[in-house]
Design a protein around this ligand. Sequence first.
Ligand code: NSS
Length: 414
Amino acid sequence: MVRAWVTTTRSGGKIGFAVVRDGTGYLQAVVAKQEVPEAVWERFRSLTQETSVALTGVVRIDARAPGGVELSATDVTILGESKDFPITPKEHGTTFLFEHRHLWLRSRRQVAIMRVRHEVVQAIRDFFYERDFVLVDTPLLTGSIGESAGTLFETDYFDLGKAYLAQTGQLYLEAAAAALGRVYCFGPTFRAEKSKTRRHLTEFWMVEPEVAWYTSEDNMRLQEAFVSYIVERCLERRKSDLEVLERDVTPLERVTPPFHRLSYTDAVTKLQSQGSDVQWGSDLGADDETRLAQEFDRPIFVYNYPREAKAFYMKENPDDPRTVLCNDCLAPEGYGEIIGGSQREDDHDRLLARIREEGFPEETYRWYLDLRRYGTFVHSGFGLGVERTVAWICGIPHIREAIAFPRQMHRLYP
Ligand code: NSS
């Protein structure tokens, strides 16, 4: 007996077919009018899309059937009827589909994406476990600004004033790195992004490792090993899902270290020579990133951005104090930034000066500055956005399909 949901049905006068789905795969069931009681035949013929059913019968090998076997059904029980399921094989608009995200998840493409995401997440955990990183869960309610004041979700916090939803776990993770050496955190992060781009969500998952004694160079080496590991794992174990998504895997097969490295300054010169109006000093836009990454057949690093374009905690570059020791990792095929990372400012006074420059309340960073007061240490880390990575590996155009229930500025339902 199998319990499953009906995907498609077709029947002639004497024989009926239904493809059913149970979450692990698809199975074709067939009923011959002649061989079953009239009531079973009628029930089978009444099945509609997404009815939940229990089917009893005999499984036979059949090379033509999806999954390679077919069920000759002898009995059918309807467990839950489904009238006028809103999502049919015809084309629906994006707005309609996202309004019905809770039902849309059952479709073949969405199932394939969720499975790839699951593999990416497992690969992330395995990578760090195999390398003796310790998982440290950082708070989601925080008192200090992690990245930038512009994209904070605020909430009242009892008598203590404002709390913010975490934009990153990094600052807390730096404290943990001084305790454990190699650590990572992995969880949802929040940014009140008022942009409707295909690369921004207001709630997204980020994995962030932090390593004591790592320089920016060590940090990039870890990133290329990490990204390559994730991609390889998906190619190894999720081939069939990538096939459903019609993903050409050739570009993914090239994702192996080393990744090409390009300084920010060289990147700007290159872009300007290609006609971009980017000016030294500003962060690179999505179009610039796409243009840069297009020239290479695997992800690239752009390193040492101007300090005014980046977060306050990045270490000043001793060779060029206009810049900081940091990098972005840009995925090829137009996907752009999937990682932001840096060596951290480990000098107490410089860090304090940066916090003041940003106009952040000093008091809330006392604990963070303590890390530079008691045994300061060279350390680096990065954050990889899970949805952007999944979208790239799946080859889907927008990251909102890379998470089951996306949160965007104009979407909170379902
Ligand atoms: O802002 S980041 O570039 N860097 C950090 O948050 C650091 N605190 C990480 C660290 O060094 N520990 O964000 C990192 C990545 C970025 O490359 C994207 O892949 C992803 O997080 N990201 C996003 N994904 C989806 N939606 C939004 N809004 C978003 N913002 C960043």
